[in-house]
Design a protein around this ligand. Sequence first.
Ligand SMILES: *Cc1c(COP(=O)(O)O)cnc(C)c1O
Length: 226
Amino acid sequence: MNPPADSAALSPLDDVRARIAQSCRIARRAPEGVTLVAVSKTKPAEAVLDLIAQGQRVFGENRVQEAQAKFPAIREAHPDVAVHLVGQLQSNKAEDAVRLFDCIHSLDRPSLLAALARAMDKVGRRVPLFVQVNIGAEEQKGGCAIADLPALLGEARAADLPVEGLMCVPPAGIEAAPFFALLARFAADHGLAGLSMGMSEDFETAVTLGATHVRVGSALFGARHA
Ligand SMILES: *Cc1c(COP(=O)(O)O)cnc(C)c1O
């Protein structure tokens, strides 16, 4: 999709916001229904602070250790900043993740579900979760298999975990829309309102198909070299 004609005059943040708003208009959705998660992985704290100064409040990281190094100091100065985990999580880091993150987008297996339930009890903090679905049935990709989704959601409900929705990263290099539409259907089938889908290359498509959370990195921060 083409950015608005005046995008040259906009900061990357304003440009992404304008494109989300435009996609909301096309889909007749309220822009407040879309949370922009600014994915700051590999980027220094200064880059995060720069976006905070422009009004951005929700960030995403894909590694527990990197987020632990960056965000406690940032949040000391800006207590209203939220940080979401968008990358895979090892069960032995569940407690660290529950202490640090405001939302975890990568619940994908029963062992992690059990570890998160224990960690939330121990820490006394309920962290909203998204179940990541391997929507393209790719060998190497994270996410629970489509066939395993009903059982995993059932276990999450039995454990009273706060599952808000589904998350996916579609296969690279092919049109993402059918995968976004499929994820939206699974979420509706299971009565889940949240849809974490769409990255720099395809967040507008994701918004038109119902994304409630778009995870945008390079369009905001520039290309990653690490
Ligand atoms: C890195 C990452 C993003 C952001 O990717 P961009 O293409 O830079 O926007 C989104 N989601 C996940 C899970 C990621 O790992």
